[in-house]
Unconditional design. Structure first.
Length: 246
C-alpha cells in the first residue's frame, strides 16, 4: 500500500453507501486511502461498503449523517477525524435527483433539491475546511451535465447543480492555496436501475462515444483530481462521452 498514490491519506465520501458514491469510495481505497462514508438511510449498504474497503486493506468508517443539517454535518466531521486522525480528501457526492414540470413545481420540491445538492456540499466543505487546510487537501464536488445544459423537466435539479459548479469555483478561490477544489460533472451513467433501460439506450445512441458512462468512469475522474497535480483547481470536468457536445 505504501507505493499507492493515496497511501497515508484519509478521505470522506458523502453518500458513499451505494451506486456512484460506493465506486468512488472503493476506488480511493484501492489507491491507498482510508475512507469514511456518510449515509442517510442505506445503513446495510454502508456497512457492506465499509467491509469492502477493509477487505482492500484500508480503514473504513460509515457515519449516519444528513448533509442538510449543520449540527449533523459537524458531528460527522468530528467522527471521521476522530477515527481516521486526519482528513485529506473530501468528495461531496450526496445528492438527490427529481423531475417535475417547472410551471407547477412546488416550493417544497425546489427547496428539497437545493438543500441536498447545494447547501449540503457547502456545509460539509465548511466544517471540513480546517482539517483540509491543515493537510493541504483537496475537495471534489460531484456536479452534473445538467448543471451545464438545461433539462426542462428537471429545472430545480439543473439549477442546483449549476449552483454547485459555481460554488466549486468560489471555493477554489477562497480555499487556495492550501486546498484545491474541482468538480466532476457526469452525463448519463448506467446504474442498472429498473425502468432506465429505454432512456439509457436513447442516451447511448446520442453519445459520440456510443455508450453511456459507468460509475467507474466517474470514480476515475475523481481519482485524477485527488491524486493528480494540485495546481489544477476550479475546474468542471464533464464525464459524459461527449454527450454535452450534441
Amino acid at each position: 500500500m505504501a507505493n499507492l498514490p493515496l497511501s497515508g491519506k484519509s478521505a470522506l465520501v458523502t453518500g458513499g453507501a451505494r451506486r456512484i458514491g460506493r465506486e468512488i469510495a472503493l476506488t480511493l481505497a484501492r489507491a491507498g486511502a482510508d475512507v469514511a462514508i456518510t449515509y442517510l438511510k442505506s445503513k446495510d449498504d454502508a456497512q457492506e461498503t465499509v467491509r469492502s474497503i477493509e477487505a482492500i486493506g484500508c480503514r473504513g468508517l460509515a457515519v449516519e449523517a444528513d448533509v442538510r443539517s449543520d449540527a449533523l454535518v459537524r458531528a460527522a466531521i468530528d467522527a471521521v477525524t476522530g477515527k481516521l486522525g486526519r482528513l485529506d480528501l473530501l468528495v461531496n457526492n450526496a445528492a438527490v435527483f427529481d423531475s417535475a414540470p417547472l410551471e407547477s413545481m412546488s416550493l417544497e420540491a425546489w427547496d428539497a433539491v437545493f438543500a441536498t445538492n447545494a447547501r449540503g456540499p457547502f456545509l460539509v466543505a465548511r466544517e471540513a475546511l480546517p482539517h483540509l487546510r491543515a493537510s493541504e487537501g483537496r475537495i471534489v464536488n460531484i456536479g452534473s451535465l445538467g448543471g451545464m445544459h438545461a433539462w426542462a423537466g428537471h429545472a430545480h435539479y439543473c439549477a442546483s447543480k449549476a449552483a454547485l459548479h459555481m460554488l466549486t469555483q468560489a471555493m477554489a478561490k477562497a480555499f487556495a492555496p492550501q486546498v484545491s477544489v474541482n468538480c466532476v460533472a457526469p452525463g448519463w451513467i448506467d446504474l442498472d436501475e429498473p425502468g432506465a433501460e429505454e432512456a439509457g439506450a436513447r442516451f447511448a445512441a446520442r453519445t459520440p462515444m456510443r455508450r453511456n458512462g459507468t460509475a467507474n468512469d466517474v470514480a476515475q475522474a475523481v481519482l485524477f483530481f485527488t491524486s493528480g497535480p494540485k495546481f489544477v483547481t476550479g475546474q468542471i470536468l464533464a464525464v459524459d462521452g461527449g454527450l454535452g457536445l450534441v
